[in-house]
Design a protein around this ligand. Structure first.
Ligand SMILES: Nc1nc2c(c(=O)[nH]1)N[C@H]1C(S)=C(S)[C@@H](COP(=O)(O)O)O[C@H]1N2
Ligand SMILES: [Mo]
Length: 176
């Protein structure tokens, strides 16, 4: 009985303290991207679905690692504009000022989150460079980043909004 209680206590505390980023990369891999929240048509997109959107290609994209660690650049990145996905999903906008209050929240399977504003994506040149990508260097994304990820190519530093293991894009109105 004692042993059972101990085992239960240990497994409960292991669950409580398990941080998603402790999980091996292969278990973080995402194969579908959900577009959810304040949208008329929620989407669930596989890599094959993403390939149906207009392809955006980037010859070379410099990557920053944690704490500025050097990373080899991504070459021949292939993906789709976040704006194109959001246009397909169609933001819910009852009042024409609604969109201006919206945040676009990108979440990864390890709990990592990066945020964009409606204005960045839809009313700024920055939005042209926000890509959901599924291929670089002639291959699908490997376990340490894939199969679906995101980059914001116009950011000053690539790290913060380079979302590996991208899982969902949520549109949320932040103010009434
Ligand atoms: N899913 C996910 N993506 C992420 C992170 C993360 O912890 N989880 N870290 C970010 C940060 S802060 C950096 S600098 C880059 C590079 O991280 P790396 O050095 O672990 O490759 O990935 C970004 N993307
Ligand atoms: Mo970082």
């Amino acid at each position: 009985m004692h042993k059972l209680l101990l085992a239960v206590a240990l497994s409960v505390s292991a669950l409580a303290f398990a941080h998603p980023s402790d999980t091996p990369p292969a278990q973080r891999v995402t194969t579908q991207l959900a577009v959810t929240g304040a949208v008329e048509h929620p989407l669930k997109l596989s890599v094959a679905d993403l390939r149906q959107f207009p392809v955006q290609q980037i010859g070379e994209f410099p990557l920053a690692g944690q704490g500025g660690a050097k990373r080899p650049p991504l070459k021949n990145v292939k993906g789709v504009r976040l704006r194109d996905l959001l246009e397909r999903a169609t933001l819910v906008s009852r009042d024409h000022n609604d969109v201006k209050k919206m945040a676009i929240i990108a979440t990864a399977s390890d709990g990592y989150v990066a945020v964009f504003s409606w204005a960045e994506i839809f009313n700024s040149p920055l939005g042209d460079g926000v890509l959901v990508f599924y291929e670089h260097d002639g291959a699908p994304l490997a376990d340490d980043e894939g199969r679906i990820a995101m980059i914001s190519t116009q950011d000053a530093r690539s790290g913060p909004r380079h979302v590996k293991w991208l899982q969902s894009i949520e549109v949320r109105k932040l103010a009434d």
